[in-house]
Design a protein. Structure first.
Length: 583
C-alpha cells in the first residue's frame, strides 16, 4: 500500500506505470481532496513513518479493503477477499514460509502450470520474476489485503487443517481422556505430528488457535452440572464458542495446567500460571487462572497477542490535536502523566504505546508492573511480588536508584506509592501510571484522597487522560440507520453536537463480524492538561466540580464529545457510546 506505485504485470519487460493512491481514491469518490491534504499533513508531521494509504486508513477516511480494491483496479488485476477455504492447502508449500511472511504473499492454487498468487503489494514489480524462479511456474497475481493474507496464512499454519471439532468430540472415548504430559509450545506442527496427538491435546490446541485467530482477549472454560461451556471474549463481549461433553473437563483442565506448569493434583485452591506459545511465527503469551467451583474448576485464559499489542500511539484512536498534546506531555523531562478509566478500558495499551513513542537509546525507561503484560525491547521491566515484599512502593524506591529517566508504574494503589511517585516527578523523572477514575479531572482529586498534599500534586502533575473502549462498526456490513424514538430522545439530551449528526451507522451483521455488526474496538479519550489557573486551583485543594468547570473553560474535549466525533465518522454506534460513557 504505497503513495506512488508502479504497475506490475506478468511480463518482465512491461513498462512500469506510476499509480498514485491518493489520486485513485479521489477519482473513485472515496475521499475528498481536503482529506488527502489533511492526511499528507498528518504524514509529514510524523516524519513520513507511514505511507499515504496507511495514514488514510488510520484516519478512518477509507478502509484497507477500499484502498486495495482501488489499487487492484488500477493495475488491472482481480481483488479477492481471502479466507481459508479459497486456498488450496496443497500449493502452500510451493513457496518457502519465510518468503510468504516477508512478502505478505501466498499461493492460492495451481491450474495448468499457472500459479495464482495473492499479494498485498501490487506495486512489487519483482515478485512475479522471483516466484517464477522459485517455483518454475508462470504467475497470475491477485490483490488482497495484508490482514486477509496474514489471517489465511495463520489459519493454514495451525497444523490441524482438516480437523472438524464436532467430529473430534464425537470420537472421544473414555480412555482418550488420559492426559499426555507433553508440553507443546508451538501450535504450528505438521499434520502428521498433530494426527498422533490425543483428542484432548487437539481440542486445547484448537481452542487456543481459534481464539487467537478470532482476536479474542479471553477464553472461559466453565463447568456446569451436565455441560461444559466454552466462551470467547471478543471486542469486550462474551459469546459461546462450543459446549464439549462435561466428562472432558478434568482432562482439559489438566492439559492446560501442564502447559502452564501448574499442579495438576491440586484442585481445591486457585492457581495462576503462564504459557508462551507460537502460532506459525506469531508469539502469543497466555495467562492462566483456575478457580475451584461446585462442578469442577473454572479456567480463564487471558490472551496477550504480541502482534495486536504492539500498537503505536498514532493508531489507538487519538484525534490529531489530542495526539500532538499527549505526545508533548509524555516527552517532557519530568512530571506525572496519568491514564484513567475502568478495568478493561485499554489503559495498559495506551501506556505501552506511550513508552514505545519515547523509547530511544539515550533514554533509560523502567517499569514496575503486576504482572508484566508485554515485553518491550530496550525497556527495563520489573514485576512485583507482594509475598516477597517487592511491592509497588518498594520496587519504585529501589528503581529510583537505578538512574531512570522515565518510570512507568502499572498502578498507583496507595499513599506510599503515590508519594514516592510524586517525589520522583519532582526530582527530574517522568512518571507514567494509571488510576481508576471516571474522568480526567477526577484523577487529581483521587490523588488528594489517597493522601498526596495538593501543593505536591500541582507541582508534579502534567496531565490526565481518561479513556473508554467502544466497538467499531463492521466495515463489511456498515450501513446508515434510522434511530428508534428512544435513542432520538437520548440524542436530544446530549446537546447540539449530537443533534448536528445527520447520518448514524450500524452494522447489519455478516459472517466476518459473527452477525454482531461490530469488528474491533476504538478508544474514546479526554485529556486534561492543567493550565496556570487549574494549577492554582489544585494547589488550594479545589473540589472536583471546580476542576471540571476550569477544564471546560479551557475547551478540552470530553469523552462524550470525542465519542460523538467517532459516531459522526461512522466508527461506532450511538448505542456503544452511551454504554461506554455510562460505565
Amino acid at each position: 500500500m504505497t503513495q506512488t506505485q508502479t504497475n506490475p504485470t506478468n511480463e518482465p519487460n512491461a513498462a512500469p506505470k506510476r499509480v498514485r493512491v491518493g489520486d485513485l481514491l479521489v477519482a473513485k469518490g472515496l475521499v475528498t481532496p481536503e482529506q488527502i491534504d489533511k492526511a499528507l499533513a498528518f504524514q509529514k508531521d510524523r516524519g513520513h513513518q507511514k505511507l499515504l494509504g496507511e495514514v488514510l486508513i488510520d484516519l478512518e477516511y477509507v478502509s484497507e479493503e477500499q484502498v486495495m480494491e482501488a489499487l487492484a483496479e488500477a493495475y488491472g488485476i482481480p481483488y479477492v477477499h481471502l479466507d481459508a477455504k479459497i486456498c488450496d492447502p496443497a500449493v502452500l508449500d510451493a513457496l518457502p514460509s519465510d518468503f510468504q511472511d516477508e512478502q505478505c504473499a501466498m499461493p492460492l492454487f495451481l491450474v495448468n502450470g499457472k500459479l495464482t498468487l495473492a499479494v498485498a503489494e501490487p506495486a512489487n514489480v519483482f515478485i512475479v520474476e522471483e516466484v517464477h524462479r522459485l517455483t518454475g511456474h508462470s504467475v497470475q497475481l491477485v490483490a488482497s489485503t495484508a490482514k486477509d493474507i496474514q489471517s489465511t496464512l495463520l489459519a493454514h499454519a495451525a497444523g490441524d487443517r482438516d480437523m472438524v471439532i464436532d467430529e473430534l468430540i464425537d470420537d472421544i472415548e473414555e480412555e482418550d481422556l488420559t492426559v499426555v504430559e507433553q508440553q507443546i509450545t508451538d501450535l504450528a506442527e505438521s499434520s502428521e505430528d498433530s494426527a498422533n496427538d490425543s483428542p484432548v491435546i487437539k481440542l486445547v490446541n484448537y481452542l487456543l488457535f481459534t481464539a487467537v485467530q478470532e482476536g479474542a482477549s479471553d477464553i472461559h472454560i466453565e463447568p456446569d452440572d451436565s455441560a461444559l461451556r466454552v466462551r470467547f471474549r471478543v471486542d469486550g463481549q462474551l459469546y459461546q464458542k462450543m459446549t464439549p461433553p462435561a466428562k472432558m473437563l478434568p482432562a482439559v483442565v489438566s492439559r492446560i495446567k501442564i502447559m502452564a506448569k501448574l499442579d495438576i493434583s491440586e484442585r481445591r485452591v486457585p492457581q495462576d500460571g503462564g504459557i508462551s506459545i507460537r502460532i506459525g511465527k506469531r508469539p502469543v503469551d497466555l495467562r492462566v487462572s483456575t478457580m475451584p467451583g461446585k462442578f469442577g474448576e473454572k479456567v480463564v485464559i487471558r490472551i496477550i497477542d504480541k502482534n495486536n499489542a504492539m500498537t503505536g500511539l498514532s493508531q489507538i484512536g487519538f484525534s490529531p490535536a489530542m495526539y500532538d498534546q499527549f505526545t508533548s506531555l509524555i516527552s517532557q523531562p519530568n512530571g506525572i502523566v496519568l491514564v484513567t478509566g475502568p478495568t478493561g478500558s485499554g489503559k495498559s495499551t495506551t501506556l505501552y504505546a506511550a513508552l514505545r513513542q519515547i523509547n530511544k537509546e539515550s533514554v533509560n525507561i523502567s517499569t514496575v508492573e503486576d504482572p508484566v503484560e508485554m515485553n518491550i525491547p530496550g525497556i527495563n521491566q520489573f514485576q512485583t511480588n507482594d509475598k516477597a515484599g517487592f511491592t509497588f512502593a518498594a520496587a519504585l524506591r529501589s528503581l529510583l536508584r537505578q538512574d531512570p529517566d522515565v518510570v512507568m508504574l502499572g498502578e498507583i494503589r496507595d499513599q506510599e506509592t503515590a508519594r514516592i511517585a510524586t517525589q520522583a516527578a519532582l526530582t527530574g523523572h517522568m512518571v507514567l501510571s494509571t488510576l481508576h477514575t471516571n474522568d480526567s479531572p477526577s484523577a487529581i482529586t483521587r490523588l488528594f484522597n489517597i493522601g498526596v498534599e495538593p501543593y505536591l500534586v500541582a507541582a508534579s502533575i502534567r496531565g490526565a487522560l481518561a479513556q473508554r473502549l467502544v466497538r467499531r462498526v463492521c466495515k463489511d456490513c456498515k450501513e446508515p440507520i434510522v434511530l428508534p424514538d428512544n435513542m432520538k430522545r437520548t440524542i436530544e439530551r446530549m446537546g447540539p453536537q449530537a443533534q448536528a449528526i445527520e447520518t448514524f451507522y450500524h452494522g447489519e451483521g455478516c459472517k466476518s463480524c459473527r452477525r454482531t455488526g461490530y469488528a474491533g474496538r476504538a478508544g474514546i479519550y479526554e485529556l486534561f492538561a492543567p493550565n496556570d489557573e487549574a494549577l492554582d486551583a489544585i494547589t488550594s485543594g479545589a473540589s472536583l466540580q471546580d476542576l471540571r468547570k476550569i477544564a471546560a473553560a479551557t475547551g478540552y474535549i470530553t469523552l462524550l464529545q470525542d465519542g460523538l466525533e467517532k459516531v459522526q465518522a461512522g466508527t461506532t454506534t450511538i448505542e456503544e457510546l452511551v454504554a461506554a460513557i455510562t460505565h
